[in-house]
Design a protein around this ligand. Structure first.
Ligand SMILES: [Zn+2]
Length: 469
């Protein structure tokens, strides 16, 4: 396999010429995967030529892989309001390093994205960053994300938001969510809910199970998520009778029970979609105790298994929803395999050290995860838990379909269109660390760990988004 790039001076520059011969190409839009040659000229994907296996010299999916640029349905770039944690520019650089070329930003900035002027600020910052990574935005469901009254959904839709969410928090009031589903549905947009019953999670720190008990952390019950999912689905079923365009997307589902509720709702024909995060399918609550096994390697009791290799209470593991059991993580994988989960979304949540390096229960929730998403999915692929093509689909065609017409371009590797792709070396490892992460948020439990799938090049809209120094 050879990879040749010419005249790409740096980020933002048009790719004058890129030729890849005998790379392993995965294109979920056509369902095709195999060795292929690929030529990009002046930013346009000029040719994608599939090769016969005999001509490809034993190339397979363990070497250089070419895929459409990844799409993240859920990220926090913190600008405006908390630029110490992340900016539009640093978040875009991190996204490109992770292989992402389209990112949906959550509206829990300060101020919240509850009116078009905030979106204009974000778009101006995106333009000034010079990054070709495309940023889409969610508008807030409620004014100021306060949960009291609806934000100006119509104005936000006219300004170009791709959906509505109060993420960071659930839409607490059932009647408000009901109205939001109806109005957003009439506008042709989804409501993305963070499913959590706050009355069940006040003071909660860790998944309500053995590890929390042993560590003395207060329990975060699965029922807090599942009861919210059940409520949301009931409201959707009610609204969709009058507003056929109503759509609900449930983000970062983390329990077997939640995914089962969505599985049954989909089977009943409800217009619901959902995503799972890389950390909820690859990590479990035993990491809080100091175990570092992947979810598919985990047992019942990390102490009995003598699996403890790190100090307990690492605050980088505090996340909402919390890391769950091995059975829940397996359910996240199962949901990807059977299509219950439509996408993997990163919930990239960068924080400053000040907000994170404190006592576990006081740490801000979240993992800086947009650069490690590919590596965590490849860990599952390498363990035989997930086919490579499904992992790529969950990062590309899956989330693009959730966005529907708001994705705004053809899905996949389409000849004659601006090139939008990622090239990574599946077998080449890189070490996660403060120097290798482009995000300002260094809050990752994977710091110090090697992940496979080093990204060699990300091209967004025909322009260089990332290439190694
Ligand atoms: Zn959330």
């Amino acid at each position: 396999m050879t990879l040749a790039v010419r005249a790409s001076e740096g980020v933002g520059e048009l790719v004058a010429e890129l030729s890849i011969s005998a790379g392993w190409v995965v294109d979920p839009a056509t369902g095709r995967e195999g060795p292929a040659d690929l030529v990009v000229r002046d930013g346009i994907l000029e040719a994608l030529t599939w090769l016969e296996a005999d001509d490809a010299g034993g190339v397979d999916g363990r070497g250089i892989v070419v895929a459409p640029g990844f799409v993240d349905l859920h990220a926090h770039f913190r600008e405006p309001g908390n630029e110490d944690a992340e900016t539009i520019a640093s978040g875009s650089a991190a996204a490109a390093h992770g292989g992402f070329t389209t990112v949906c930003l959550m509206p829990n900035t300060r101020p919240a994205l509850d009116e078009p002027s905030v979106l204009a600020r974000i778009q101006a910052a995106a333009g000034a960053s010079g990054s070709p990574v495309r940023l889409l935005a969610l508008g807030a469901v409620s004014a100021g994300r306060a949960g009291d009254q609806l934000a100006a959904l119509g104005e936000l839709a006219d300004a170009g938001v791709v959906g509505f969410s109060d993420d960071g928090a659930p839409v607490r009031s059932p009647s408000l969510l009901r109205s939001a589903l109806a109005y957003a549905g009439a506008l042709g947009l989804p409501v993305i809910d963070h499913a959590e019953d706050l009355s069940l999670t006040a003071g909660a720190e860790a998944n309500d199970a053995l590890v929390a008990t042993v560590l003395g952390l207060s329990g975060w019950p699965a029922a807090a998520e599942e009861s919210a999912v059940a409520r949301d689905l009931a409201l959707l079923a009610d609204v969709v009778r009058d507003v056929p365009g109503a759509r609900l997307h449930l983000t970062h589902l983390s329990t077997a029970g939640s995914l089962d509720l969505v599985r049954r709702a989909k089977a009943a024909g409800l217009p619901v979609t959902c995503d799972v995060t890389p950390h909820h399918l690859a990590l479990t609550d035993e990491w809080l105790a100091g175990a570092r096994r992947w979810a598919w390697e985990a047992g019942e009791d990390p102490w009995r298994d003598e699996a403890i290799v790190a100090p307990p209470y690492d605050p980088s593991l505090r996340v909402n929803p919390p890391l769950r059991s091995a059975a829940d993580a397996a359910a996240c994988l199962e949901a990807l395999l059977d299509g219950t989960a439509d996408a993997v979304a990163t919930d990239h949540a960068p924080h400053t050290l000040v907000d994170k390096q404190v006592e576990f229960g006081l740490a801000a929730n979240g993992i800086s995860g947009i650069e490690t998403a590919l590596g965590l999915l490849l860990a599952a692929v390498d363990a035989g838990e997930l086919p490579l093509a499904r992992a790529i689909e969950a990062l590309t065609a899956g989330p693009a379909r959730v966005l529907g017409s708001r994705f705004g371009r053809p899905i996949g590797l389409v000849e004659g269109r601006p090139a939008d792709l990622v090239v990574f070396d599946h077998s080449e490892a890189w070490t996660v660390g403060p120097d290798t992460l482009r995000s300002r948020g260094k809050n990752s439990p994977l710091v110090g760990r090697e992940l496979s799938g080093r990204v060699l090049l990300t091209v967004a809209a025909g322009r260089v988004a990332y290439q190694p120094d």
